[in-house]
Design a protein around this ligand. Structure first.
Ligand SMILES: Cc1cc2nc3c(=O)[nH]c(=O)nc-3n(C[C@H](O)[C@H](O)[C@H](O)COP(=O)(O)O)c2cc1C
Length: 147
């Protein structure tokens, strides 16, 4: 069975909450899923998993959430060939760089050699009415893994 890790970076808790729903969606079929704050992980850990899901909010003017900055830099040193990847994050379309962190991490996973297997999920604005969307995205991701 494929081992999956969901790593999130979250300042006010929105990405953290979304991660739990994405994780639930992924687990629906009984798969092994670890959900972790980026502050408790390092890129080397990614090598232990088959599927890498990164969740990150966007701050400043299109920047990664603070805790993800050093993690993303460290990722530049590792290879993730043969791994499957997916990225999600909340943001707000009132900002010109809407969910830019999601795009940055998608590109990073690709340049490390991972294959992106689903369109990234970008949640615009208040996450509360959109939690089901996050769970459904996790379920779709799981289906892709079984295809
Ligand atoms: C000062 C500030 C800057 C932000 N910059 C962006 C941005 O450039 N792009 C975007 O899509 N969202 C931006 N946001 C919105 C956050 O990404 C959004 O509130 C998100 O849900 C926070 O998630 P978190 O609690 O997991 O960190 C910004 C929010 C604040 C307060």
């Amino acid at each position: 069975m494929k081992k999956t890790i969901v790593i999130y970076g979250s300042t006010t808790g929105n990405t953290e909450t979304l991660s739990k729903y994405v994780g639930e969606g992924l687990k629906a079929s009984g798969a092994e899923v670890v959900v972790k704050n980026v502050t408790e992980s390092g890129p080397e850990e990614l090598k232990d998993y088959d599927v890498i899901v990164l969740g990150c909010s966007t701050w400043g003017d299109g920047e990664l959430q603070d805790d993800f900055i050093s993690f993303e830099k460290e990722m530049r040193k590792i290879r993730l060939n043969g791994k499957k990847g997916a990225v999600f994050g909340p943001g707000d379309s009132i900002y010109p760089q809407f969910c830019k962190a999601v795009d940055i991490l998608e590109e990073r996973l690709k340049s490390c050699g991972a294959e992106i297997i689903i369109d990234s999920l970008k949640i615009d604005g208040d996450i509360q009415p959109q939690l089901e969307k996050a769970e459904d995205w996790g379920k779709s991701l799981r289906k892709r893994l079984n295809e």
